[in-house]
Design a binder for this molecule. Structure first.
Ligand code: FDA
Length: 392
């Protein structure tokens, strides 16, 4: 980094910052991409179990949570999963669809980071990694950023330092602090795509650590049909992570343990195998340890043939609407993303630029747009990065 003046300084070399920088660089803008971490894209590297679930072919604005449900629509429509896939294919990166439209690298997430860096080099982007940002000032239409003791200036500044999730990996509230200083409103942040913790009353379920089941998890009108996993602290697995992004404290989550069961299936079990124990009837459809725990909570014991039809109907009803009362979540330390962030009210949905501060942009997870599990968050990072990169 020898130059001191740029057209744009992008703070944060994660998914969104890399995309914004390479896009602007390839449009012949002089761009500086800064990160306090010594290597870019650390979350890309660990994502998808090291294979990076880099997009989802079912991307649509209704798969994102935001105070303004429509905000993401424009950027997502202008840079689609196919657009990102075109870049992936051009770099010869092998990929596959795993499930539910989720696209993963066949080999390594590192290929995605290398691709983005190579594209940045094509655009002559200057990189400053492993450099702490100590000050951001704004005067006379210029941003002055102090990086590792040196001042650099530019007419545009992009906040792309992500959310608060996984502080151990270098996540900070930097973007939110800078946004606040510039008077941009912030939507209260909270951990999202995060495991739940269960209290003493539901301790029985914590003893099921490692057991998983295909369930439907519901909060309000929102439901996800995927796997749930019991942990020694509470509940995890895709269904629970998804619903955690919607959940509010001190409210229950309704779990249907048998989303595919036909009505009156327990009565059918009673007729077919009256001598079987109740918990054995459950274990024909659920993992054995879970069946035992549920039978214990339902306080139904003995041969199913000895139980009344009414008891079995009530049991079916409870199994289809089991109320869990999480006492919290595992917090930012375990959250895949941060919900909330820089309010979309302050930003242009076309450029991601702050309407009240010309030249200031915010993209990626720092913004109040949070995707479902399954590649949606990276697609938002690519699309919002692209939108800003085209406006810089
Ligand atoms: P991101 O966090 O990627 O980048 C921010 C950058 O800013 C980092 O490089 C950081 O070092 C830097 N930074 C922070 N503070 C700074 C400061 N003060 N000064 C300078 N630099 C600073 N999503 C998905 O779609 N598919 C997936 O498979 C996964 N998997 C996954 C696994 C795990 C374990 C996690 C934690 C998250 C995921 N995600 C995911 C979510 C995804 O990683 C996330 O949404 C994007 O990385 C967000 O991209 P951003 O560029 O906005 O932030």
């Amino acid at each position: 980094m020898t130059d001191t003046n740029f057209d744009a300084i992008v703070l944060g070399a994660g998914a969104a910052g890399l995309m914004a920088a390479l896009t602007a660089g390839q449009r012949a803008r002089r761009v500086l991409l800064v990160d306090h971490a010594d290597e870019p894209g650390k979350k890309i590297l660990i994502s998808g179990g090291g294979r990076c679930n880099f997009t989802n072919i079912h991307t649509a604005a209704d798969r994102y949570i935001s105070e303004n449900q429509h905000f993401a629509r424009s950027a997502l429509a202008r840079y689609t999963p196919s657009d990102f896939l075109e870049m992936v294919n051009r770099h010869g990166i092998a990929w596959h669809e795993k499930t539910l439209g989720q696209l993963f690298c066949d080999h390594s997430a590192r290929q995605i980071v290398e691709m983005l860096i190579a594209e940045g080099r094509d655009g002559n982007v200057s990189f400053a990694f492993g450099r702490p940002v100590t000050a951001v000032e704004h005067a006379d239409g210029q941003f002055r950023v102090t990086i590792d003791g040196r001042d650099v200036t530019s007419s545009s500044l992009v906040l792309a330092t992500g959310g608060l999730s996984i502080p151990k990996m270098g996540a900070t509230g930097f973007a939110l602090d800078v946004a606040r200083r510039f008077g941009l409103p912030i939507v209260q942040t909270r951990p999202a795509l995060v495991p739940f913790t269960l209290g003493e009353e539901e301790a029985l379920f914590r003893s099921l650590s490692g057991v998983s089941a295909d369930v439907s998890a519901q909060w309000g009108k929102t439901a996800f049909r995927e796997a749930a996993l019991f942990t020694h602290k509470g509940l995890s697995g895709p269904a629970m992570l998804q619903i955690s992004s919607y959940w509010q404290h001190r409210t229950p989550i309704a779990v249907n343990f048998l989303p595919s069961a036909e009505s009156d299936w327990l009565l059918a079990e009673k007729r077919a195998r009256p001598r079987a124990a109740f918990r054995t009837a459950l274990s024909r459809r659920l993992p054995e340890r879970l069946a035992e725990a549920l039978a214990a909570r339902l306080e139904l014991d003995g041969e199913i043939g000895t139980l009344k039809d009414g008891q079995l109907r009530r049991a079916q009803e409870r199994l289809a609407h089991w109320a869990f009362h999480p006492n919290g979540t595992e917090g930012y330390a375990k959250a895949e993303v941060t919900a909330g962030g820089i309010s979309t009210k302050a930003l242009s949905q076309k450029t991601m630029g702050a309407s009240k501060v010309p030249g200031l942009y915010a993209i990626g997870e720092a913004v109040d747009v949070t995707g479902w599990l399954g590649g949606y968050n990276f697609q938002w990072a690519w699309a919002s990065g692209r939108a800003a990169g085209e406006a810089l």
